[in-house]
Design a protein around this ligand. Structure first.
Ligand code: HEC
Length: 132
């Protein structure tokens, strides 16, 4: 069978489209969803201690977006500063063992969040901490 030059053109065209599309995809950053990405972390890892405003757990209620965003830190540091994870106690509390504010890394006593979960919280706050 004789090679048909048209076939090569077709292949080349399709190939360039695939490359083009994969570039488009990576430039559009994934936006973290509060209800689908963040809330499940809270229910699995935080709710056993942080479901009400009363108690010895820093008065932190993580049962809803509203309760989180209206929550006052007992440490004089904002829980969530939209756009700035590194100024948000919520992020600081789970991200590192070197606690400057809290006596313990959260969740208290561990097991701590996975790198992926910590990243989700960071991206969610840096993305504006939206109720999405
Ligand atoms: C086993 C219980 C326990 C679990 C689980 C837990 N915490 Fe805590 N948390 C505490 C206690 C106790 C305090 C109070 C420490 C203090 O403020 O001195 C606290 C305080 C905090 C504070 C500071 C609140 C304030 O008033 O400034 C934040 C933020 C926090 N926790 C986040 C989390 C997050 C996020 C999770 C889940 C990933 C979590 N915690 C899971 C026990 C827990």
């Amino acid at each position: 069978m004789k090679h048909n030059p048209l076939r090569w053109w077709l292949l080349l065209t399709i190939g360039s489209f695939i490359i083009l599309f994969s570039f488009c995809d990576s430039s559009e950053s994934y936006s973290v969803s509060f209800s689908q990405d963040i809330m499940p972390i809270f229910s699995n890892k935080c709710h056993q201690c942080h479901l009400s405003e009363s108690g010895s757990f820093g008065n932190l209620n993580l049962s809803s977006y509203e309760s989180l965003m209206s929550g006052n830190s007992t440490h004089g540091i904002d829980l969530v500063v939209p756009g700035s994870a590194d100024q948000s106690l919520l992020y600081e509390s789970v991200a590192t063992n070197e606690q400057t504010v809290l006596p313990w890394r959260m969740p208290q006593g561990g097991p701590y969040l996975s790198a992926v979960q910590i990243q989700l919280i960071e991206d969610w706050i840096n993305g504006g901490a939206k109720d999405n």
